[in-house]
Ligand binder design. Structure first.
Ligand code: FE2
Ligand code: FE2
Length: 274
């Protein structure tokens, strides 16, 4: 299988050169499926969702999309934010906030980690509810045993080696346990606008496990955090995974750093290959 992972498009704060270049680069890759891990828009405005949707519709391949913290009405439209937080996303992008995609050998579960508010001033923070985590575990159990199991979530569960600037996904212990029990091999995230790939230790199940975390930089936004715009291309199966980072060099999206991982026979641990 070959998958393209993009995130944090942020229509409304887009570098105008990039969407068309990104589109051409994605088509060149000839992937089976495109995963979008949230923050389609900058302010959750209707016209931003429409632009994002037009862009996604111009890509003729199966897609799995989840929302991010920017995809709810911003705090200055507080009434709508609390009353109908997901109405624009549902109406203008897709009705399902947590889609599932399967094909032989591949099982992808989308989750919505964005929250309307919290008991803290930073409403960009995200987490999954206990109900969402229970759903993840239940879905994981329905996956075909030999399939690569992928979780898509906007907020990352581990910090980049470049240093953490924002909060990780909340309820870390419960999240780790749910990912472990669901048998997830690969977590796809965004939010930090930083490209990094690493083994992710999972605790909380009957046995400790590891999976792989792939987090991407912003695909099209000018809100770069010291990194070029980019995306990841992921190839492999339940035994081996290759993640290829593509980055914008000012003229084109070009392949850059690559990571390789392999799982053990019992598929409890994923390790970076030397
Ligand atoms: Fe973002
Ligand atoms: Fe975000």
């Amino acid at each position: 299988m070959r998958l393209v992972h993009i995130s944090d498009l942020h229509f409304g704060a887009v570098d105008p050169v990039l969407p068309e270049q990104l589109r051409a680069a994605i088509l060149k890759v000839e992937a089976d499926v495109l995963v979008v891990s949230g923050d389609l828009t900058q302010h959750g405005l209707s016209r931003e969702f429409q632009e994002a949707k037009r862009f996604l519709d111009s890509l003729p391949l199966p897609q799995l999309v989840v929302p991010g913290n920017h995809d709810v009405p911003r705090w200055w439209v507080v009434w709508e934010r609390f009353r109908r937080p997901w109405s624009r996303f549902r109406r203008l992008v897709q009705a399902d906030l947590e889609p599932v995609w399967t094909q032989p050998g591949l099982f992808i579960v989308g989750t919505n980690s964005a929250r309307v508010a919290g008991w803290h001033p930073d409403w960009s923070r995200g987490r999954l509810s206990h109900h969402q985590m229970a759903r993840l575990v239940k879905l994981g159990m329905t996956a075909e045993t030999s399939a690569l199991r992928v979780l898509v979530v906007h907020h990352p569960p581990a910090a980049p080696p470049q240093g953490r600037r924002r909060h990780l996904i909340g309820r870390q212990r419960e999240f780790s346990q749910a990912v472990n029990l669901a048998g997830v091999d690969l977590v796809l995230a965004g939010h930090f606008h930083v490209s990094y790939v690493q083994a992710l230790p999972l605790s909380g199940g009957s046995q400790a496990r590891d999976c792989v975390l792939s987090s991407v930089s912003t695909a099209t936004s000018h809100r770069r955090k010291g990194e070029p715009n980019g995306f990841h291309v992921i190839e492999g199966d339940a035994q081996t995974l290759t993640v290829q980072a593509w980055g914008w060099d000012g003229a084109d999206f070009v392949p850059g750093r690559q990571w390789r991982f392999h799982s053990d026979v019992e598929r409890r641990h994923w390790q970076e290959s030397q």
